[in-house]
Design a protein around this ligand. Sequence first.
Ligand code: MF3
Ligand code: CO
Length: 248
Amino acid sequence: MIICKSAAEIEKLRRSGKLVREVLEETRERVRPGVTTLDLESFVERRLAQSGARPAFKGYRGYPCCLCASVNDQIVHGIPSDLRLNEGDIISLDLGVIIDGYYGDAAVTVPVGEISEPLQRLLRVTEESLHLAIDQVRLGNRLGDISSVVEEHVVSNGFSVVREFVGHGIGRQLHEEPQIPNFGLPGYGPVLKEGMVFAIEPMVNVGGSAMRILDDHWTAVTADGTCSAHFEHMVAVTRNGPDVLTRL
Ligand code: MF3
Ligand code: CO
């Protein structure tokens, strides 16, 4: 069942979403060559403690950190470590929080210093696919309309979408129904209703869509070693069109 949220609940989700975006922005300012992903985790941990919000990922199915920090060929769920960022890398920062029982979840992929033109294009196309998806979050549309525009934009630009991980409903749980794949057919799936809230998160690879999980049981990497990008926003279905809750 897809849970529809009241206007008051959407305001609570906006509060969580806004904090996630603020902390992601502050974290991105700390991304530069020489910094380790654990440095970024330490910052996030302190920042959340000050804010009074709880980290949503730490302890979730045993995940050990507040932040997922996924570098280059890491698709998602990179565990912060002593891995040092280098000029030309890309890093996905994915963060979840809980305030007053309501979850916030968002992600952004950022360059480390100067990056190559192909990687700039990867980031641009992935973020564009998210914005095209957000534009489909309209009353009466179907879930497949969201999924299909992501796949179409990514594939027509010569990249591929990851199929093993999906976006999700979000509210009093981090992962609620429905699952939101980054591939699918327009006109299929559940009809979008007022008060539904989605975390939409395209994961896009330069090369093939195949992936594997590292021995840490978390880090997803591309099978062919090519780079991967990831952007995520929370979006509510309203009578006035898409309402992005993870915006400043
Ligand atoms: N944004 C991701 C998701 O929605 C992050 C989950 S990380 C985990 O699934 F540690 F919480 F699993
Ligand atoms: Co998510």
